[in-house]
Write a protein that binds this ligand. Structure first.
Ligand code: ZN
Length: 301
């Protein structure tokens, strides 16, 4: 197995290119960057098998943040494999005691929680390796630089693998929508922080990575274009939400925004390619996340 990063498709809800895990070869096996939810554990095992690996070859978990689509399987994997988990210190507290995280996700996903994500088990505290950002960690002999990259989540970090010049950016630069060059922000409540996000993008750009690894979805070999497309769309979405938040009737505003985003995407990449985004992107939730952030900015001014 080469030392390069492998992209493992978790085939979320049977759909390709929605959630990816980064497989990083290290001494004694592989580290997984964002192992995904429990609902995709069979696909994770299948993807590892295709690389000639088994779950027992996983020797570390490296998390960008703890949202269910990135980290839901963490507790289950740690209980089975006894591996360490690198995660931002705020995220580490929630992994050890996931009750609040589960309650907040249940408010968003309701009765779909189990179908979408599967179980979310607590992580034994002694497995946790809390991060602040700014440090360099060593994972199986491989050095990863850590940057604190809030914006999408207050506990979001990104990692830079110097050996392959790859930045693992989680949700910090949005979601790809191939074959278009579009990059779709993911901005659900409650953590969205636009000012912090700008700083996060600057920290990622400062690594001058040759590639970005996005959980949604995979490697980008044109980081500058990706960052630029993300900044542009986030700015556009922010202006649109700002123009609507004084009109009243948030649910109607959010629904109209969602329709516009998904219709534009469909016009761009076609109905079939756009279909999975209707089930995963939740632009209405992103409207609420941005509205909440913009209103909080106002009251603090
Ligand atoms: Zn995500």
């Amino acid at each position: 197995m080469s030392r390069d990063v492998h992209t493992l498709d978790l085939l979320f809800l049977g759909t390709e290119r929605i959630i990816a895990t980064g497989v990083l070869p290290v001494e004694g096996g592989v580290a997984l960057v964002d192992p995904g939810p429990s609902s995709t554990l069979p696909a994770l095992e299948g993807g590892l098998a295709a690389l000639g690996l088994g779950l027992e070859d996983v020797c570390a978990l490296v998390l960008t943040h703890i949202h269910l689509d990135h980290a839901g399987a963490t507790g289950t994997l740690v209980r089975r494999l006894g591996v360490p988990v690198w995660v931002h210190e705020t995220g580490a507290r929630h992994l050890a005691r996931p009750e609040r995280l589960i309650a907040s996700a249940t408010r968003l996903y309701g009765s779909l929680m189990d179908v979408l994500w599967g179980a979310f088990e607590a992580v034994p505290p002694d497995a946790l390796r809390p991060l602040a950002g700014g440090e360099t960690i060593e994972v199986g002999g491989r050095a990863l630089d850590v940057a604190y990259t809030p914006g999408h989540a207050v506990h979001h970090v990104s990692y830079y693998d110097r050996e392959t010049s790859t930045a693992f950016v989680g949700d910090a630069v949005g979601m790809a929508a191939p074959p278009s060059g579009r990059v779709l922000p993911v901005t659900p409540p409650p953590d969205i922080d636009l000012e912090a996000w700008t700083g996060s993008l600057d920290r990622i750009a400062a690594w001058a990575p040759a590639r970005l690894f996005r959980t949604h979805w995979g490697l980008s070999t044109s980081p500058d274009a990706n960052l630029e497309a993300f900044r542009t769309t986030l700015g556009d979405w922010t202006r649109r939400v700002l123009a609507g938040i004084d009109a009243g009737d948030d649910p109607a505003q959010a629904a109209a925004f969602s329709d516009r985003v998904l219709d534009a995407l469909e016009a761009d990449i076609g109905q079939d390619a756009a279909a999975p985004y209707r089930g995963f992107l939740y632009p209405d939730a992103s409207w609420h996340g941005l509205a909440r952030a913009l209103r909080a900015d106002r009251t603090s001014e």
